[in-house]
Ligand binder design. Structure first.
Ligand code: CMC
Length: 438
């Protein structure tokens, strides 16, 4: 214990291990943490916490979630203010550098990112090696991993210049890679990026422009896309972020670490939930839509059915998901703009939302529509195919992964990550000859 340590915890053991004292580290918001780093040295024991439900893996300055109050902060700024007053690239700057940029820095950063949007020409041939019906996340995991081979001068994670360049390159090129993945899947020619456009407008143009027609962007849709990017940019030490950090902790290439994050995000319990929510809605429409909604809700409430209302509920947000509130607003704007409010799928979604907000089963369990419910509806209305939703989530989260990885590398306590285990297998035994084995 140091002299200036204000709070501590005293551990007593029933197995004869001597009493020990561990410091409590204060947080700036949220719960304080018991610092167990010295526990093994002092007691010969370590902690057991599968899924890390009670373990803080780092001290971070980047994002903060208060699930009880429904709050999300990036570098201290409420997500509501960032989503309504800033654009995605300003948020990227904030996450990477800790402060919002002034006008000169914002312009410089936008210029830097937008001048790295093109990808190496040879990457196209790599992409063409995939089957056209491959899942976009399978393709994206491969493309991002392959970046190390195309940009070898940005592969040294320990060199801050190379690491920063890798961040700019990937933030700039992810929209190009995702749009190329989509165009390839439907057999349309790729579009080059257009640097005079905003980040979101450039992405939507690369997605939907075809060479034989003029492409006219839509400000409501560009804003909606930008908001999806902002809302998905970072979210504490979730599975994909922790994957990126553990992977990078070995000192591997930053592109390899981000590819690991893309792979983790793919899972339906993580970034894949928006795809699952849309699938559920489509199936319900196919089975009879609004006429069958009562029966469906009955099945959701019946535990033995194993059916869940996808896009509802959240592990951490128990009052509401602040991102969902913002996305809901965008959802209504987009449906209105596209005259899609009467589409059976969207009508069904709005009906489910209404039921969940009023029905005691959902209200009493704090099950509100989450961000994935609305972002799925918005993307579907914009014409984005369902399997691409998670790839767009990965695009938006790339900046958070880089910010978190940078913070880890710069931490003076940085070491390769290496969780311990509680071994419960066989104790040491010896090989017997094959003919004597049971
Ligand atoms: N539909 C019906 N019942 C539900 C649902 C749901 N979507 N979610 C939770 N419940 C019930 C659950 O059966 C339980 O009831 P009871 O107390 O009677 O046993 C109660 O609500 C609490 O559930 P839980 O499983 O303890 O809640 P959790 O915090 O472990 O689960 C969740 C959170 C997100 C996994 C869950 O709500 C869920 O499966 N939702 C649907 C999938 C989804 O939309 N996931 C995306 C989350 S946002 C992703 C992100 O931020 O990365």
């Amino acid at each position: 214990m140091t002299d200036n340590q204000e709070h501590y915890v005293k551990l007593t053991f029933s197995d004869g291990t001597p009493e020990t004292v561990l410091p409590i580290r204060p947080s700036s918001c949220g719960p304080d943490a018991i610092d167990v780093r010295e526990l093994y040295k002092k007691t010969g024991k370590f902690t057991y916490d599968p899924a890390y439900m009670a373990t803080g893996s780092c001290a971070s300055h980047i994002s903060f979630v208060d699930g009880e109050k429904g709050k999300l902060l990036y570098r201290g700024y409420p997500i509501e203010e960032l989503a309504t007053q800033c654009n995605y690239l300003e948020v990227c700057y904030l996450l990477l550098h800790g402060e919002l940029p002034n006008v000169r820095r914002r312009e410089g950063f936008e210029d830097l990112v937008m001048h790295h949007t093109m990808v190496h020409d040879q990457l196209e041939y790599f992409l063409r090696g995939f089957r056209r019906d491959a899942h976009p996340m399978a393709v994206l995991t491969g493309l991002v991993g392959a970046m190390s081979a195309f940009y070898p001068k940005s592969c040294n994670l320990m060199d801050s210049e190379q690491r920063n360049m890798a961040a700019i390159q990937l933030i700039a090129k992810m929209p190009t890679l995702v749009a190329m993945t989509y165009k390839y899947s439907i057999g349309e020619p790729f579009n080059y990026p257009k640097n005079g456009l905003s980040y979101a407008a450039n992405f939507l143009r690369m997605m939907f422009r075809i060479p034989c027609e003029d492409y006219v962007g839509n400000d409501v849709l560009n804003r909606a896309m930008d908001r999806i990017f902002i809302l998905h940019a970072d979210h504490e030490q979730n599975a994909s972020t922790s994957t990126v950090k553990l992977c990078a902790s070995s000192g591997t290439s930053p592109f390899a670490a981000i590819a690991a994050g893309v792979a983790s995000l793919w899972g339906p319990q993580h970034g894949g939930a928006n795809e699952a929510a849309l699938r559920m809605l489509s199936e319900l429409v196919d089975q009879g839509g609004e006429a069958r909604i009562g029966e469906f809700i009955k099945r959701v409430k019946d535990k033995s059915s194993g059916v869940r209302l996808m896009g509802f509920g959240h592990r951490i947000y128990k009052s509401y998901d602040p991102r969902a509130k913002l996305m809901r607003q965008t959802c209504h704007e987009v449906l209105k703009e596209l005259d899609a409010e009467t589409d059976p799928l969207f009508r069904l979604a709005l009906k489910l939302e209404q039921i969940a907000l009023e029905d005691d089963y959902f209200v009493s369990r704090h099950l509100y529509p989450n961000v994935d419910f609305y972002s799925g509806i918005v993307q579907k209305a914009m014409g984005i195919p369902t399997p691409l939703f998670t790839a767009i989530f990965a695009l938006a989260r790339t900046v958070g992964w880089f910010a978190q990885m940078n913070e880890m590398i710069k931490d003076p306590h940085y070491k390769i990550g290496r969780p311990r285990q509680l071994y419960v297998g066989e104790v040491e035994r010896h090989v017997v000859p094959a003919e004597e084995r049971a």
